[in-house]
Design a protein around this ligand. Structure first.
Ligand code: ATP
Length: 407
């Protein structure tokens, strides 16, 4: 039978990584069970980036396993969490085991909203989902129910427990980036490496992309150069899919988008700009590098929402600025075709050629411009869909899972 195992909330700010718990769980499973018993890739699912109690990127993991009975998967997951999680402070590991992974509404809810623990527990009892542990069951359940039917991406995570993390040469990343984009993405930005996390976790680097072969090519060259034991896992993810844009935001700590006419704009300290869009205050930070928000007449802005002084505050992470400009010109003289000029009196124009004085209205022509507001790549959050991915949706499904998906 196939059961879905979800795990979340196993790490602290300075230690561990939930993806490493999954890596070790699958390695253990493979010691006694065939690879065919692991359904597709394991999933690394990013949830509401606006959750106050997340450690870093609000990620949860899950995998489908072909086992004799659910207890076998539960025992394995409990062993992995006990052996590889770091229970300090707010860490509250959770495991779920489910025979059903198609309640996608739970995923969409967890991506954009805050789910109280008692509500998640009620859903699980109704759906017959086995759960163990604390708050982590919310993310674990959402990961199991992830909806990756229309779009998904891959990320190869390479691990090493040696500290400090090996240094990755920029020149090599640049060369590998140039030879694999757009089928890998978010490798570097403005001369900075984006593939290496800075914390104390065991992740040496992560390569994201749409083709497993380009990702493996990239990773093999890196491993060879930095000379560490090859140890990696490719995940199927919702990263860079823009899935967080699925809902209109209307309450605190949710994520999504708003749109409307810009009725006010203020420069606030440090070159940051605050805009009024309907009843929402939109904050745009200068370091995001948005080009035209200060000239927008209509704005689609997405990001996270927090309570503000007089309503909701949206912290913009990207969007679309629409600029509509009206340019007024004097009409031509209806008698001689000359160019009418102002008389200095409101509403009256005069022809310098034939002397006609007329009350003809000025002619207004409108022009509009649409600017895609992309954040600078160093500011990009996990769910943001980069423009280079447009047109690649669903590509991951074209490739078979390569034999080197886990080593
Ligand atoms: P890392 O990226 O290092 O794995 P993290 O940022 O994913 O860390 P966690 O330590 O997993 O953070 O903590 C997130 C917690 O928030 C988990 O307990 C998870 O169950 C819970 N959670 C995730 N999404 C929601 C949601 N939409 N509503 C309520 N709780 C959520």
């Amino acid at each position: 039978m196939i059961v879905w195992v979800g795990i979340d909330d196993t790490d602290t700010y300075d230690k561990g990584c939930t993806t490493y718990v999954m890596y070790n769980m699958l390695k253990e499973f493979l010691k006694t069970r065939g690879e065919w018993r692991i359904i597709d890739y394991p999933r690394l699912i990013r949830l509401n980036p606006n959750i106050p109690f997340k450690t870093r990127g609000n990620a949860a993991v899950s995998v489908g396993l072909n086992v004799d009975e659910p207890g076998e998967a539960l025992e394995l997951a409990e062993w992995a969490v006990d052996s590889y999680s770091h229970r300090v402070g707010k860490t509250s590991p959770g495991i779920v085991i489910s025979t059903n992974n198609s309640e996608h509404w739970i995923y969409w809810k967890a991506l954009t909203d805050v789910i109280p623990m008692d509500v998640a527990v009620r859903w699980m009892s109704r759906l017959g989902v086995i759960h163990r542990g604390g708050r982590g069951v919310i993310g674990a359940l959402a990961s199991v129910m992830a909806d990756l039917r229309l779009d998904s991406t891959l990320e190869l995570l390479a691990y090493s427990e040696s500290t400090p993390k090996p240094r990755i040469p920029l020149s090599l990343v640049k060369r590998l980036n140039d030879s694999t984009i757009p089928l890998t993405f978010e490798n570097m930005s403005d001369g900075h490496i984006l593939i290496q996390p800075h914390g104390n976790d065991p992740v040496v680097f992560g390569i994201r992309g749409d083709s497993p072969y380009h990702i493996i090519h990239f990773a093999s060259f890196l491993i060879d150069e930095i000379d560490i034991e090859p140890k990696w896992l490719i995940y199927l993810t919702n990263q860079a899919t823009g899935h967080n844009l699925s809902s209109i935001v209307n309450k605190p700590y949710t994520t999504g988008y708003i749109e409307g006419s810009v009725s006010g704009m203020r420069q606030v300290g440090g070159g940051n700009i605050e805009l009024n869009v309907g009843s929402t205050q939109v904050f745009t930070y200068r370091h995001y590098g948005f080009k035209s928000v200060d000239k927008a007449t209509y704005l689609i802005a997405y990001g996270g929402v927090k309570p503000g002084i007089s309503g909701l505050d949206l912290y913009m992470e990207g969007g679309v600025a629409l600029m509509i400009k009206g340019v007024a010109r004097n009409p031509k003289c209806p008698r001689c075709g000359g160019s009418l000029e102002s008389t200095g009196r409101v509403g009256l124009l005069k022809c310098p050629k034939c002397g006609l004085i007329t009350g003809l209205p000025r002619q207004v022509s409108y022009s509009s411009e649409v600017i895609l507001e992309e954040p600078r790549s160093v500011e990009v959050r996990h769910l943001h869909k980069p423009i280079t991915r447009v047109g690649l949706e669903g590509l991951v499904k074209v490739f078979n899972r390569p034999s080197l998906w886990i080593i």
